[in-house]
Design a protein around this ligand. Structure first.
Ligand code: FAD
Ligand code: DHB
Length: 385
């Protein structure tokens, strides 16, 4: 078997890369270890930057996004029993859109298959050679080798690509908390997202549609999900979102529950020879601020551009600049995600002094146009260069 670009991983990064390369006349094969149903229903991200929606639209996979995506112009910070709006669009001229990662994945899989693309599910990559480029994968009980010109490692944090970069330098931070996320069949209690800080911990009210709410609670990293009955989850959410003016949280049947650890992680460089890392394979952000999926998208835009230049003119300049170009944006998002996580979560080890500083920081962001503008500029997303 042979292709121009072997793509390991059929998450948003791998699928979008394959689509972008196809539009430039470049062949790829996507190898995904899980089955299609699993990949299309794994609950994860929900908030898209305008740069992400623009690319989906401009490359012809934005039709359902335009119909079903919910465009937002602001968000709420809630603490001390009161809400404070950050008017994202007024401050930045940009919007953000709620459209679940599951839906982007469905749209991209459907489009690749309709375009005759080669996307293989239940095909697990077990080895790769970044110098005489090839990947070895298991599928249907057989082990096969795919020869290629380049390998895109889009296989997420636990994949095989990053360990294949020798002398990789990693930068990491673990947080003393995790997120318990739920999906519930109930109309959202808010039009805009609410990021809440409460003495008992952080809570986030997001949504998936006018009928489906998505909510998150800060819990401890070793939390046992079995201890969280539906009633306990709703009680805790109501406590953390409570305001002095009697705002009400709508409750409804919970259809999904999971716990996600929080970490910051960057690998440098994002390249070894003919292997390029993109998305969660190269970096992780804590979810506060919704940057993970958006970073995966910006990485593959840069990679698709570089590979197009290479095939069109033979020039390697953009490929050589890939890692540095992505890392500049990655580190900005790393800082913002760390900052927003620290601003909003309760660190169980924080001293009273640190808690007072955090409260002062929240008051400042809520009351200063300059501070809100900085939050808004990062949240809505900096331009993809
Ligand atoms: P992945 O989605 O992890 O895809 C990698 C794929 O590679 C997987 O399908 C995996 O099965 C496959 N794979 C792994 N190993 C192999 C192998 N050996 N062979 C073949 N295939 C392999 N981001 C945002 O931008 N906004 C948000 O609102 C947001 N909210 C989030 C909320 C939660 C609860 C979580 C967990 C994450 C959130 N994120 C958010 C982050 C976002 O989901 C990820 O950054 C995104 O999935 C990264 O895409 P990816 O394609 O790089 O990796
Ligand atoms: C969602 C997740 C986030 O991490 C975030 O900051 C905003 C929204 C979500 O899943 O909807």
């Amino acid at each position: 078997m042979r292709t121009q670009v072997a793509i390991i991983g059929g998450g948003p990064a791998g699928l979008l890369l394959s689509h972008l390369l196809h539009l430039q006349g470049i062949d790829s094969v996507v190898l995904e270890s899980r089955d299609r149903d699993y990949v299309e229903h794994r609950q994860r991200a929900g908030m898209l930057e305008q740069g992400t929606t623009d690319v989906l639209r401009e490359t012809g996979v934005g039709e359902r996004l335009d119909r079903e995506g919910l465009v937002h112009h602001g968000l709420e910070l809630r603490f001390g029993g009161a809400g404070h709006r950050v008017p994202l669009t007024d401050l930045t001229g940009r919007t953000v859109t709620v459209y679940a990662q599951t839906e982007i994945v469905k749209d991209l899989v459907a489009r690749r298959l309709a375009d005759g693309g080669d996307v293989r599910f239940e095909a697990e990559v077990v080895g790769l050679d970044a110098s005489a480029p090839s990947v070895t994968f298991r599928s249907g009980g057989e082990t096969r080798t795919l020869d290629c010109d380049y390998i895109a490692g889009c296989d997420g944090f636990h994949g095989v690509s990053r360990p294949a970069v020798p002398d990789v330098r990693t930068f990491e931070r673990e947080y003393p908390f995790a997120w318990l996320g739920i999906l519930a069949d109930v109309a959202p209690s808010t039009e805009e997202l609410i990021y809440a800080n409460h003495d008992r911990g952080f809570a986030l009210h997001s949504l998936r549609s006018p009928q489906v709410s998505r909510l998150y609670l800060q819990v401890s990293p070793d939390e046992d999900i079995a201890k969280w009955s539906d009633a306990r989850i709703w009680d805790e959410l109501a406590t953390r979102f409570a305001t002095d003016d009697g705002w009400k949280l709508h409750e409804g049947p919970i259809t999904g529950k999971s716990i996600t650890p929080m970490r910051s992680f960057v690998a440098e460089p994002l390249r070894h020879d003919r292997l390029f890392l993109a998305g969660d394979a190269g970096h992780i952000v804590p979810p506060t601020g919704a940057k993970g999926l958006n970073l995966a998208v910006s990485d593959v835009i840069v990679l698709a551009r570089a590979l197009s230049e290479r095939y069109a003119s033979g020039s390697q300049t953009l490929l050589d600049g890939y890692s540095d170009a992505c890392l500049r944006r990655v580190w900005r998002a790393e800082h913002f995600s760390y900052w927003m996580t620290t601003l909003l979560h309760v660190d169980p080890a924080a001293s009273d002094f640190e808690r007072r500083l955090q409260r002062s920081h929240l008051d400042y962001v809520a009351s200063s146009e300059a501070a809100k503008t900085s939050l808004a500029e990062n949240y809505a997303g900096l331009p993809i260069l």
